[in-house]
Design a binder for this molecule. Structure first.
Ligand code: BGP
Length: 464
């Protein structure tokens, strides 16, 4: 069967500043929460490799862009590091950062790769975190000022902007489940973080439009479809719906429809943890919805009605409302422990078509992290990652089906281009189309999947 995609489809990959740039002597970058957490607890990071190393994109971006070209990219997403551009989070701009991002953007454009730029990828500047980070409303103002600086500096050339990558992750990681700094477990704070991120996004969109620039602005959300254990059991269905409200609709609804789900508002009111909403906030959210939705998809949630007792050691948590269940026989990526369920990508796209006005969207992340890829190196020094080719093509088939049915999906970006540093997992799981040898000055080698991807992009699809 032939899977043909539109001629103008965006083929590429995604990355982020904090995961790729590293820190270089004299680059003027300020500290963010990752730099700080690594100094504090290096043992929490796989092999004690911190964000200072990363993939050396700061030095190697020109070489990398040539490689992107060789693997058929017509677009590429990364993020500006707030703490690189504005080292203290507010105030003075770092000229070395302006020069770096200007060169990076210009080099992409000169090579016919459209830059997509995201503003926030989990990297809160430390001085702002010390004042509460996203729990503090002042961070919203600081973020909007930072966003405006970016639009003014780079908006003449960058036509696709994103306010956040996966804004639910700082909520979950930093304030519920302790996998991001500051590792609190306080749902009231989690709600404040989510509210402020939503407000910041709408305010940045407003600022972008007021500047009259001729591009688009959107948000990138990790959407994790919630499937009930038993579709005929109303308690399971209700539990799956509330998980969907917490983890997907808490950002999807305000971003696309301009309003919070009534179910979410009811829960935070019932728990008496509603955030402070100032006059005019909800109107700003209502009037500044996104032009474009980036969808990151890795895995679904499998949900059943709450059966286990509520943990009394802390206050309310989202999972007081549901339990996870283990789907028998599910396909799993053993390295990351995530379920592989390709049809999930189709279900998300269908949902955007049916319930979110068929918003312009694209797959902004999807990929497979594998540990120990060196064992797949062939005689020519290339990693033969057939599993990644299978993963991507299996998901693309469902993207294709959704497009055939009328979904407004404009592109596919794989996570990621070069193997990169990943939060506390550092270099444990490799995701790239291109391998990076961190023991050998970051030497790059295109994997089999990179060459395969070029044929897909060149042929506007593939046959299988
Ligand atoms: C997404 C993030 C990315 C990237 C990816 C892979 O949630 O946007 O930054 O890290 O997941 O996940 P991980 O690196 O945790 O394996």
């Amino acid at each position: 069967m032939k899977y043909t995609f539109p001629k103008e489809f965006w083929w590429g990959s995604s990355a982020s500043g904090p995961q790729t740039e590293g820190r270089v002597e004299g680059d003027g970058k300020g500290e963010n929460i990752w730099d700080y957490w690594f100094e504090l607890e290096p043992e929490k990071f796989f092999n004690q490799v911190g964000p200072n190393k990363t993939s050396r994109v700061y030095e190697k971006f020109r070489e990398d862009i040539q490689l992107m070209k060789q693997i058929g990219h017509n677009s590429f997403r990364t993020s500006i590091q707030w703490s690189r551009l504005i080292p203290e989070g507010t105030g003075a701009v770092n000229q070395a950062a302006v020069d770096f991002y200007n060169q990076y953007i210009d080099e992409l454009i000169a090579n016919d790769i459209e830059p997509f730029l995201n503003l926030y990828h989990f990297d809160m500047p430390l001085p702002l975190q010390e004042k509460g980070g996203w729990t503090n409303r002042e961070t919203v103002d600081a973020y909007v000022a930072y966003a405006k600086t970016c639009f003014e500096l780079f908006g003449d050339r960058v036509k696709k902007w994103f306010t956040h990558n996966e804004p639910i992750v700082p909520v979950e990681g930093g304030y519920l489940y302790q996998f991001h700094y500051p590792k609190h477990v306080i749902m009231e704070e989690a709600v404040m973080v989510g509210y402020h991120e939503n407000l910041a996004s709408a305010k940045a969109i407003k600022a972008y439009r007021e500047l009259g620039l001729d591009g688009e602005i959107g948000i990138i959300l990790n959407l994790t479809p919630s499937y009930p254990r038993d579709e005929n059991n109303p308690d399971d269905v209700k539990a799956a719906e509330i998980a969907d409200v917490f983890f997907n609709r808490s950002f999807l609804d305000p971003a696309v429809k301009g309003e919070f789900p009534v179910e979410l508002v009811a829960v935070v009111k019932e728990l008496d943890i509603a955030p402070e909403v100032q006059a005019g906030d909800l109107e700003i959210i209502k009037n500044n919805t996104v032009d474009l939705l980036g969808i990151n998809y890795y895995q679904p949630r499998r949900i059943k009605a709450k059966e286990t007792p509520i943990d009394p050691s802390h206050g309310p948590m989202p999972d007081d409302y549901f339990d996870y269940y283990d789907l028998p026989g599910k396909k799993i990526n053993p390295y990351r422990g995530w379920e592989i369920y390709e049809k999930g990508i189709y279900d998300i796209l269908t949902n955007t078509r049916e319930n979110y006005g068929n918003i312009r969207c694209f797959i902004s992340e999807n990929g497979m992290g594998v540990e120990g890829e060196e064992r797949y190196i062939n005689q020519d020094g290339q990693i033969e990652d057939d599993y990644r080719i299978e993963f991507v093509s299996d998901h693309l088939k469902y993207v294709h089906q959704a497009i055939q049915e009328g979904t407004n999906c404009l592109g596919y970006h794989m996570w990621t281009c070069m193997d990169n540093w990943s939060w506390t997992n550092a270099y444990k799981n490799r995701y790239g189309f291109i391998s990076v040898d961190i023991t050998n000055e970051g030497k790059r080698t295109i994997k089999k999947s990179g060459h395969w991807f070029k044929t897909v992009a060149d042929n506007h699809g593939f046959t299988e």
